[in-house]
Design a binder for this molecule. Structure first.
Ligand code: SAM
Length: 259
């Protein structure tokens, strides 16, 4: 049956078989993996995944598409959760969860922030996103793409862009180019902010006016002595600080002042 793509749900369906095969190869699914697919749509990734794995969970907000998938696959192979992924409790699946999806681009940033709260339950994630968003996620300090999204995601994950995907690979054709990114929770060198809300607050304040110096943007938090104790030049701008430095600022404030 024909499905009319719904713009409000960011529906651009992947149709290029070679790109689908490359994404599946990057995911490298194993038979007994616990995998959740966000936004399965018409099943471009769902179908090849279910050729390999025993069972898949799919979260699809569009009830028509959810029903289609439930008709195509038996419940012992596919569990469809017809809900909003932004409200989904991913802790539900234990601690070796693999999450995949060609994400709806209109909610990608809030969705990434939502998912990062479950990093302790996640083994890895593979997402197709707008290329520009992937560039911001993996950006290094002192580059124009480095911002709040880079710091807050790099705090929790090691990330790499694994595939560039042209707009021509989707129907309808989107206005933007895409890329596939892999996220692995930082296991080798985990970073620990004692107060993660404070870290998020400081990073947001620093990048609120990225042209201004830290002396200005962080004046509510840091006096000259704090900059000296942290060995940070107050004349730097938000984009010049590494993730580790942001964590050091948050922990300094948390320890010294209990802010
Ligand atoms: N995976 C399919 C593919 O590759 O062709 C569809 C990808 S399409 C870019 C995004 C999918 O996410 C759509 O099926 C859309 O209905 C679904 N979606 C949009 N917002 C959602 C949300 N908040 N929660 C769950 N699914 C959502």
């Amino acid at each position: 049956m024909q499905h009319n793509p719904r713009k409000r749900f960011g529906q651009n369906f992947l149709t290029d078989v070679s790109v689908i095969a490359q994404i599946i190869a990057e995911i490298a699914p194993q038979k007994t993996d616990c995998i959740v697919e966000i936004g399965p749509g018409l099943g471009a990734l769902t179908r090849p995944l279910l050729k390999i794995i025993d069972h898949l969970h799919a979260i699809e907000i569009d009830r028509d598409l959810a029903t289609r998938l439930q008709t195509e696959f038996l419940p012992e192979h596919l569990t469809v959760h017809a809900v909003d992924a932004l409200r989904f409790d991913f802790a539900h699946f234990g601690r070796r969860l693999r999450i995949v999806g060609n994400l709806p681009y209109n909610i990608s940033t809030p969705l990434l922030f939502h998912l990062s709260r479950f990093s302790h339950h996640i083994l890895d994630m593979h997402f197709m996103l707008q290329k520009e968003v992937v560039e911001r996620m993996v950006a290094a300090p002192s580059t124009s793409d480095y911002g709040r999204l880079s710091v807050m995601l790099q705090y929790r994950f090691d990330m790499e862009c694994v595939l560039g995907v042209s707009a021509a690979c989707f129907r309808p054709v989107p206005k933007v180019e895409s890329a596939v990114v892999r996220l692995n929770p930082r296991r080798q060198e985990p970073l620990t902010a004692n107060n993660e809300s404070l870290l998020a607050e400081i990073v947001a304040a620093a990048f609120s006016q990225r042209r201004k110096t830290l002396r200005n943007t962080l004046q509510r938090y840091l006096v000259p002595n704090d900059f000296a104790a942290l060995n940070i030049d107050p004349g730097l701008r938000a984009e010049n600080l590494s993730v580790e430095r942001y964590v050091a600022i948050a922990n300094h404030l948390d320890l010294e002042f209990g802010v």
